[in-house]
Design a protein around this ligand. Structure first.
Ligand code: FAD
Length: 574
């Protein structure tokens, strides 16, 4: 627009005035139109004085054309409002879960101060840091006891995921929990000693320990006293005295076993790729035999198959076709503890996956490069192999055999320690409790049983502490001649005197069978629901994630699963 020369300065003044007066209005309009939504609006008092409608009309009418009518503020569409609310809810959820995550991790990382050892309390010595003992320590009310934990390994191992470690699906550290992460969170100090218990003297109530690690201090053996002994040393792998098993097969019990198997498996693959290898030798090196058709053997076979399909086919295409997996089982079927339909499902899945299942077949000998089998028709066959994985049963450890010999009349079961219905070792004065795989009970040797026994025993120890306190008060009341008080205490004592027997509640059985499939016998009230397939595999994963010991383990395992899914398994042999 062009203004006449002589009125230019008056017009400029008028425009400046009019702009200054109309700025708040313009801001207000922009805001109403939703153009400055994200910016915080200042209060009217922070602006230049808000022009009254009269002033405005005078100013504009004098020198400028009337402003265009304010644009109609468009209504936010439903969809946009929904997205805004969703965004807010998502933000709040992320902040809240991030805060909760941080809080829980920091609480786990920084345990508080603990009560010191109290010499007036009884001392409980716990042997082992496995399922039974860890569950006991976790659930025990420490106000009444001093606790000493003795174990040759300073961590708890989540055994159900061990087969996944053996092929590198999961990192070994992800399924370990240092036992001090458990004991440091108890209200009273717990002494943790990394040592092998060498012998137990049930009469003197002592345990002799030895540090058998690579590095030892000036003192490496000692003897400690106990008032109660919680005996949960687990079991060894049963080899049935079959020649060559100890020397040439890989076991699947400890974390080192899984790492050894992984190294040997990769060694077989790399050796098969060595130039000039004959086809027969390649076939031998790449023949993996798994002995034992229980859940561990089945899971190991399934994991090796996954490794082959997901990774080896990509990185060793020339060898992948030669890899053969054979599962050997002496009984007529694999997984005898599962429903019939699940056994059939597993066998048919293995058939699809080209895993040979040899039932009614017994291993007679394991040689460095072959395994001798007795076939169902009793014929003997020597099969060339690269690696044998031994997933056999359990047998008692030497220390358990030694302890049982000290009570040879009461301890006659060769499968393990005999206990009464309250887990007291038979033949003792009630000061030794045994649980888990080291016992010979009617229950299967599973983590479920051991963990439930540990929790039960912790409750029983709480009851025993009450009983001991009332007994002491009763003695004091009787000495003081307070008959009324003595009678009341006597009644209370009768409530705590008898321990309730242990009852096992079976939650179901789960096993991974490879190819992203799992099987499950789930208990629903008194019914068993058999389930299998990919959905069960997702259930298997969520069940294990939720059973893992700590938030740290859950995050690490979930991360390993994701890492494997995206990048595949690590082929590096360490
Ligand atoms: C590969 C694999 C997979 C499994 N999967 C499942 C599953 O999916 N579900 C299930 O329910 N069960 C499963 N189990 C079985 C389960 O792990 C055992 O039943 C369970 O570990 C038994 O618990 P425990 O406390 O008796 O013994 P363990 O957990 O074996 O603990 C024994 C502890 O004693 C310590 N110890 C050994 N010798 C001595 C000594 N001389 N002095 C002091 N301490 C000693 C050991 O270091 C260890 O800490 C699996 C087992 C394996 C091997």
């Amino acid at each position: 627009m062009i203004y006449p020369r002589d009125g230019a300065s008056a017009v400029r003044r008028s425009i400046t005035r009019s702009l200054a007066q109309s700025r708040p209005r313009t801001l207000g309009q922009a805001c109403t139109a939703g153009k400055l939504l994200a910016r915080p609006l200042s209060t009217p008092s922070e602006h230049t004085p808000t022009p009254t409608p009269t002033t405005q009309s005078t100013s504009t009418s004098s020198s400028t054309p009337p402003p265009p009518p304010p644009p109609q503020s468009p209504q936010l569409s439903r969809w946009r409002r929904f997205l805004q609310s969703l965004g807010r809810v998502t933000l709040v959820t992320i902040l809240a879960s991030g805060g909760a995550f941080y809080y829980v991790t920091q609480r786990e990382r920084h345990p508080g101060t603990q009560l010191p050892f109290d010499p007036s309390k009884k001392t409980v010595v716990v042997l082992g840091s496995g399922w039974g003992s860890t569950s006991f320590i976790k659930n025990l009310d420490m106000s009444e006891y001093n606790v000493i934990v003795v174990s040759p390994r300073n961590f708890f191992l989540f055994t159900p995921l061990l087969p996944s470690v053996a092929v590198g699906t999961i990192d070994s550290k992800s399924i370990l929990t240092p036992i001090r992460y458990v004991t440091r969170h108890k209200p009273r100090q717990v002494v943790v000693i990394e040592a092998d218990a060498k012998s137990v003297d049930p009469v003197a109530k002592t345990v002799t320990l030895a540090d058998e690690t690579e590095v030892q201090g000036a003192v490496s053996t000692t003897t400690i006293n106990y008032d109660y002994l919680v005996y949960a040393v687990g079991a060894e792998t049963q080899t049935f005295g079959i020649p060559g098993v100890k020397e040439h097969a890989c076991f699947m019990k400890e974390i080192q076993d899984a790492e050894t198997m992984r190294r040997r498996f990769m060694d077989c693959v790399e050796s098969a790729g060595f130039p000039g290898q004959s086809p027969e030798e390649i076939d031998r090196l790449l023949h993996m035999v798994v002995v034992g058709g229980g859940p561990t053997g089945v899971e190991v076979s399934g994991e090796i198959h996954d490794f082959l399909e997901d990774d080896l086919k990509s990185w060793y295409p020339e060898l992948a076709e030669h890899i053969k997996i054979t599962l050997v089982e002496a009984l007529p079927s694999v997984l005898p503890m599962f429903s019939k339909s699940l056994i059939e499902y597993t066998e048919s899945t293995f058939k699809e996956s080209k895993i040979d299942v040899l039932t009614k077949t017994m291993v007679k000998e394991v040689k460095p490069k072959s395994v001798v089998l007795q076939m169902p028709d009793k014929s003997i066959k020597e099969v060339p192999v690269g690696m044998v994985v031994w997933a056999g049963g359990n047998k008692p450890r030497d220390i358990s055999v030694d302890l049982m010999k000290k009570m040879s009349e009461a301890q006659t079961n060769r499968r393990g320690i005999s206990v009464d219905e309250c887990l007291r070792m038979q033949g003792t004065d009630g000061s030794i409790f045994a649980l888990g795989d080291c016992t010979a009970s009617s229950y299967a040797p599973t983590a479920q049983v051991a963990a439930q026994q540990g929790a039960y025993l912790a409750r029983a120890f709480g009851q025993m502490a009450h009983r001991d306190r009332i007994t002491a008060e009763l003695a004091a009341a009787q000495t003081a001649g307070d008959n009324e008080q003595a009678q009341t205490l006597q009644k209370q004592l009768s409530r705590y005197d008898r321990l309730r027997p242990f009852h096992y509640s079976h939650q179901g059985s789960l096993a991974y069978i490879g190819s992203d499939r799992a099987i499950a016998d789930i208990m629903f009230f008194n019914f068993t629901i058999a389930s299998s397939g990919v959905a069960t595999y997702l259930f298997w994963r969520s069940a294990y994630i939720s059973t893992l010991f700590s938030l740290r383990n859950r995050v690490l395992v979930a991360n390993d699963w994701l890492k494997t899914r995206i990048f595949g398994r690590d082929l590096a042999r360490d």
